[in-house]
Design a protein around this ligand. Structure first.
Ligand SMILES: Cc1cc2nc3c(=O)[nH]c(=O)nc-3n(C[C@H](O)[C@H](O)[C@H](O)COP(=O)(O)O)c2cc1C
Length: 193
């Protein structure tokens, strides 16, 4: 698949078939994540591949629900995760990205602090594109209660769960959410120009 076509045509997939996804495909997806750029090549990302339906369900149960006075509405991503054969949970080692290079005390260099969200996002984009290239569907999920997921998956202190995405065979194509026009998001020489 041509790169620009893959970037443009990848969609969030929220319905999967019951078809399995073999390990070779999951490894190819993880390999794409491994080759993402990162701050000073620190590669703070760690990936947990969850296939065990029970573990997957416990992670899915951490997604935020909408609590109304008379009812609780399940996060629709809970069912999405449970229906997909594989869930990749993206974690980050904290305190390594965004810092000063070389010896001495570690110190964050910029006003942004730890850049782990940025680095892991690059790996995630590589992986969802790779999955798309393999004919598989994904949807990035950010609405989890990360500290609870960390407990469920035994993520040690100093590491954070950032996001997750199910991988499966798409049951139908995703809708195409519109994008802002370039004229709305690109400026010339200065903000608003
Ligand atoms: C950081 C991030 C968090 C997201 N979290 C969720 C989520 O919790 N649930 C969900 O259904 N979609 C989630 N999405 C998917 C977006 O809704 C989706 O990418 C967006 O609507 C554009 O659609 P497209 O991916 O098909 O182009 C998330 C996407 C990103 C980048």
């Amino acid at each position: 698949m041509e790169l620009f076509e893959a970037i443009k045509n990848r969609r969030s997939i929220r319905v999967y078939t019951a078809d399995p996804v073999d390990d070779a495909k999951i490894e190819a997806i993880l390999e794409a994540g491994r080759w993402a750029p990162s701050w000073a090549n620190t590669q703070c990302w760690r990936f947990i591949v969850v296939r065990d339906p029970e573990v997957k369900a416990r992670v899915a149960d951490t997604l935020f629900k909408v609590v109304l006075p008379d009812k609780v509405i399940e996060n629709r991503a809970t069912a999405i995760i449970n229906s997909a054969p594989v869930l990749i949970v993206v974690c980050a080692v904290t305190g390594v990205s965004g810092g000063k290079l070389g010896g001495g005390e570690f110190e964050f260099l910029t006003d942004k602090g730890d850049w782990f969200m940025f680095d892991t996002a690059l790996a995630v984009q590589n992986m969802v594109l790779a999955a798309h290239g393999l004919g598989l569907g994904t949807v990035i999920i950010g609405t989890a209660d990360a500290p609870r997921v960390e407990k469920v998956l035994g993520v040690p202190e100093g590491n954070r769960v950032v996001a997750m995405f199910p991988v499966g065979v798409p049951a139908r194509e995703g809708k195409v959410p519109p994008r802002k026009e370039l004229s709305e998001i690109v400026f010339k020489d200065r903000w608003g120009g």
